[in-house]
Design a protein around this ligand. Sequence first.
Ligand code: AMP
Ligand code: FE
Ligand code: FE
Ligand code: ZN
Length: 297
Amino acid sequence: MTLARIPDAPPSAGWDLHCHTVFSDGRQTPDDMVREAYECGLHGVAIADHDTTAGWADAVKAAERYRLPLIRGTEVTADASGISVHMLAYQYDPCDARIVDLFASLRAARLARTKRMVELIAKDYPITWDDVLAQIREGDETTVGRPHIADALVAAGAYPDRSAAFAGAVGSRSPYYIPTPSPDAADVVRAVRQAGGVSVIAHAGDPSRNRRLLSDADIETLIDAGLDGLEVWHRGNPPQQRERLLALARRHNLLVTGGSDWHGKGGKPNKLGENLTDDDTVACIIERGAIPPILPC
Ligand code: AMP
Ligand code: FE
Ligand code: FE
Ligand code: ZN
């Protein structure tokens, strides 16, 4: 297994390995994603919608159209002893039965939980489930989540934008909040590995997502399960956390990745390409993965 050199500073050129589209809570299409990545001069881009591969086919078409290399991935919702963990999974076999089952049950759990949250919010705000459905661009193929409730609240005039809705009724500290029942992060790591993919903990040092962060020991449990890397270059990770994560990566020969967490215009302020992964690290991901990249890199 080839190991990547671990950099001290974020790369200034390379790939954005963390982008969302209308197939989950992004506001733009896979075609928009690839076009923007091409226009920014990125070396390539990865689609990483929440709990689905539904956007992969459109992303492949766009990669071929703009002649920009593409990696296929997913951001998987998971849990580690009560801490909400997002796992980036890359280049795995999308037909793997365990992965297909995992995503189907996660999306069903998300739908039930999102409907329940809307029932609670609808007691105090002028929205219905149909208003939330009106915000979903790809029907059953879209992974539904709180951002779609936020969009319905914005459309109803209750908030000026998604961020304001997250600071209010849809936020994790609001009385309407219900967590998504999620698989254990170590099981996700094992499932991704079994499907021939590469797993990376997304924004592992972001203090805004949980009351407590994953400890080094929590991360070591995932390393024992087969974890490949840590997303260090992400706007949510403060400098001290980046140092901690880099030290862990050095100790355990982990891949160090970066990504913007782009959700398109009106999704989040994150700009496509604002954080990058270097070419050597991408080459390791491609070498380890079960499926080829789209276009040679
Ligand atoms: P859910 O997975 O349904 O609980 O929704 C969480 C998603 O909401 C995350 O994947 C984020 O992309 C998005 N999100 C969280 N906070 C914000 C925010 N302040 N503004 C916009 N989107 C957010
Ligand atoms: Fe998201
Ligand atoms: Fe995330
Ligand atoms: Zn994300």
